[in-house]
Design a protein around this ligand. Structure first.
Ligand SMILES: Cc1cc2nc3c(=O)[nH]c(=O)nc-3n(C[C@H](O)[C@H](O)[C@H](O)COP(=O)(O)O)c2cc1C
Length: 157
């Protein structure tokens, strides 16, 4: 089983969770690659004006973990555009990773996860589930560890 982790991370939070997940999956013997969605040029924080760089090639992967942040109570506009353009996800299983600042998933995280699910399903993927990691407040390390644990279980099927 080949696993691809594809993230867009503007300030590094989502990337840090994705990196821990990659380490955990690799330690369990999985073949896993981490790819970042990149932009051409600068993007003003939260702006809808941006240009995607060349998109990650997801064809080699059986399972994809897709990661992005909540922006304005919605899925990051960059990941929304990326998933719109990424091509077919037929026969792929997808696991969603969302990070957000606010301490409750109902303040945007759940909505972003649902948006990601629908976009992936519209490309033919079978979505296994999601983890939302909330950044604000005490106990972040524990929440990250719990998120990585959940994602790793979803990936392992
Ligand atoms: C423009 C903008 C809008 C945001 N809107 C929300 C929001 O509605 N709810 C929330 O919980 N966090 C919000 N955040 C915080 C990010 O979701 C959070 O910091 C996330 O972990 C950033 O991930 P990244 O470092 O991978 O980009 C917002 C951040 C930015 C820059």
């Amino acid at each position: 089983m080949k696993i691809g982790i594809v993230v867009y991370s503007q300030t590094g939070n989502t990337l840090s969770v994705a990196t821990k997940l990659k380490e955990k999956l690799a330690a369990a013997g999985h073949s896993v690659a981490l790819e970042q969605v990149k932009l051409v040029g600068e993007r003003k924080s939260g702006s809808r004006e941006f240009q995607l760089g060349s998109l990650p090639d997801v064809t080699p992967y059986d399972v994809l973990v897709i990661g992005a942040a909540v922006e304005a109570f919605s899925l990051s506009a960059v990941m929304t555009k990326c998933l719109g353009e990424i091509g077919s996800l037929e026969k792929k299983s997808v696991v969603c990773l969302i990070t957000q600042a606010f301490p409750f998933a109902w303040l945007g995280g759940n909505r972003a996860a649902l948006q990601m699910r629908k976009l992936c399903e519209s490309k033919g993927a079978a979505v296994r589930g999601a983890a939302v990691v909330n950044w604000m407040g005490k106990g972040l390390d524990r929440r990250i560890a719990n998120g990585v644990e959940r994602l790793s279980k979803l990936v392992s099927g």
